[in-house]
Design a protein around this ligand. Structure first.
Ligand code: ATP
Ligand code: MG
Length: 582
């Protein structure tokens, strides 16, 4: 167990702590794999104190909201001596693909979580429960709790009623058990067309909760499933499948987002009946809803993210501006920063909105103590030191607070690269960097005094001129005798390495790009990606892809995991050094 006391509490933690205190799941048996009541009855007492699950539908790439759910479910299980299952909710035959299954597995691992515990893998596929689900449907039919409805979809919609009006009973609702069994067999046989009938739970067409007005639990779909092929032509509805999946896996705490709150009565109705009929082990799982995590300026709808990719507003699913886990990874965010963000944003009973600054803050906290430092010049301007001819070796710590990480080396030569905006021919008020007559320190090097600049025919500054003040080298005795107000970063023109620097801003100019039916295309930020060609100090010339570092004064960068290679350095700016969120 990790240190729970050190973590901020939230209502989900309180629920778990209450249930543990009440010993709600003590003595619960788990047979080592999912199964029905009989299966678990012959298993040992579950060594897991709680069981949670992350249940993605493998129909797309995971995004930052899923990261929240992953961290929450795996994190809570780890904190309370439990196990979290990774379950692919692959009950819909048409939308799921192996590509997404693989990508989800990779993303969960990358975030630092694992579903193996005690030598047992807790990676499950809902489609492997199809046999049980059909059996459960038949048990409901036999018990008079389900019927085959052959109204058209339009008729069913019309008789469902709405918030103000109760529904009305289907003419098929009074069918006998024998007739329902026969019609269900017909549904399964393949002889009925898609939509010709559905199996419905028989609950209450007048319930104030519309989800209890005889919800459909099985439909006909002549479709090939990625795992079960053509074995089935009837498929369970999500609202029927999900509670059963939880129960077969002996999940204790089924956490889901708020929109499922109205489904909870059906969740309990279904599981209680199936337990009563002897199909499911007790105690049954309990569903608890928490508020979604929404990020300002970020859109997470799968369909809209797909449009961004298809219409080439971004370079792909892993574009560093995408809120997908692969996009965040390529941008350079660390698994620890995402976990920290998830923890900081807690769990509440209302949907929460935060800015990307929460993730950026978490990233800085993660990298501050470990990222190697280096100098880089993003918008290079030549600095000519007119009284200097040699190349003098300079040293700087890899990390200012961690001497054990050693030093980096580079040369102080007669020509250097500095940032274009570190020079002003006529300085604005409060400008302490280079302007004629002013002195600044070149970090780790000497103090120089600016003497002027060179210009091209159009009057653009092409080089800055300065002289070196002797005996002012950083770290040498007397170096501080001359006082300066500004220190600037630089790289040596003789040893700096050219690098492509990719600078990102938010993808949308609005906090809710797709709010109120707005077309998100109208609020794309045209300046969300800027590619510049600068120089980096030689110490980073051979860094591997995905190395994260801090370019002094500029922020945290990562060597791009796709395009960066030796001889072609590409760095993505993850975030600046300070909170620049507006
Ligand atoms: P989306 O529609 O946003 O792509 P989804 O709910 O359709 O997401 P699923 O694969 O069903 O995708 O989601 C898996 C789990 O992740 C669900 O339990 C869901 O509630 C949770 N989840 C999705 N988005 C968020 C979010 N923004 N905050 C917290 N949990 C989320
Ligand atoms: Mg969903």
């Amino acid at each position: 167990m990790s240190d729970v006391a050190a973590k901020p509490t939230n209502f989900l933690r309180q629920i778990i702590e209450r249930d543990l205190a009440e010993r709600l799941n003590d003595g619960q048996r788990f047979a080592g794999s999912p199964g029905d009541a009989a299966h678990h009855a012959q298993g040992p007492i579950d060594s897991a104190k709680i069981r949670t699950r992350f249940p993605p539908e493998p129909n797309g790439y995971l995004h930052i909201g899923h990261a929240k759910s992953i961290c929450l479910n795996f994190g809570l299980a780890a904190d309370y001596g439990g196990i979290c299952h990774l379950r692919f909710d692959d009950t819909n035959p048409e939308k799921e693909e192996q590509e997404f299954v693989d990508a989800i597995i990779e993303a969960v691992h990358w975030l630092g979580f694992d579903w193996n515990a005690g030598g047992v893998s807790h990676l499950f596929y809902a489609s492997s429960y199809f046999d049980f689900m059909a059996r459960a449907a038949e048990a409901l039919i036999d018990d008079g709790l389900a019927y085959v409805d052959e109204q058209s979809a339009d008729e069913m919609r019309a008789t469902r009623g709405d918030f103000n009006t109760p529904g009305t009973n289907s003419p098929f609702r009074a069918r006998s058990v024998a007739e329902n069994s026969a019609r269900w067999a017909e549904m399964k046989s393949g002889r009925m067309a898609d939509g010709a009938a559905v199996l419905r739970a028989k609950i209450d067409m007048a319930s104030p909760n519309i989800n209890l007005r005889d919800p459909a639990i099985y439909r006909i779909k002549h479709a090939t499933h990625h795992a079960t092929g053509d074995a089935w032509c009837v498929y369970p509805m999500y609202t029927f499948a999900h509670p059963i999946e939880d129960a077969l896996e002996r999940i204790t705490h089924s956490f889901c987002t708020l929109e499922f709150e109205d489904q909870r009565p059906f969740y309990d109705w279904l599981l209680e009946h199936l337990a009563r009929l002897g199909l499911l082990a007790t105690p049954l799982p309990k569903q608890h809803e928490f508020g979604r995590l929404n990020i300002k300026g970020v859109m997470t709808s799968k369909r809209k993210l797909k449009a961004l990719v298809d219409e080439k507003h971004v370079s792909g699913w892993d574009d560093p501006r995408m809120p997908t886990i692969f996009g965040l990874r390529r941008r350079g965010y660390t698994p620890a920063s995402l976990r920290l963000m998830a923890e900081r944003t807690g769990a509440s009973k209302t949907n929460i909105w935060v800015g990307m600054d929460v993730l950026d803050g978490a990233l800085r906290e993660d990298l501050e103590g470990q990222a190697a430092r280096a100098m880089a010049v993003i918008d290079p301007l030549k600095l000519k030191l007119t009284n200097w001819t040699e190349v003098l070796p300079c040293r700087a710590p890899v990390h200012p607070q961690r001497p054990e990480l050693g030093h980096r080396e580079f040369g102080f030569g007669p020509e250097l690269w500095i940032e274009r905006d570190d020079f002003a021919e006529t300085p604005p008020k409060g400008f302490f960097r280079l302007f004629p007559g002013n002195k600044v320190r070149l970090k780790y090097g000497y103090i120089v005094e600016c003497t002027g600049c060179e210009k091209d025919a159009d009057g653009n500054v092409t080089a800055v001129l300065a002289t070196v003040l002797p005996d002012t080298k950083s770290g040498t005795p007397g170096a501080d005798a001359v006082k300066v107000k500004g220190t600037i970063t630089w790289v040596g023109a003789h040893d700096a390495v050219p690098a492509e620097l990719r600078l990102f801003e938010r993808l949308f100019t609005e906090d809710q790009p797709d709010a109120d039916g707005r077309d998100f295309r109208s609020v794309l930020n045209p300046a969300s990606r800027r590619v510049v060609h600068g120089y980096v100090e030689p110490s980073v010339a051979s860094c591997a892809a995905e190395t994260r570092l801090q370019f002094e004064r500029h922020g945290y960068f990562v060597a791009d995991r796709v395009d960066h290679r030796s001889g072609h350095l590409v760095f993505n700016r993850i975030t600046g050094l300070k909170d620049g969120y507006k």
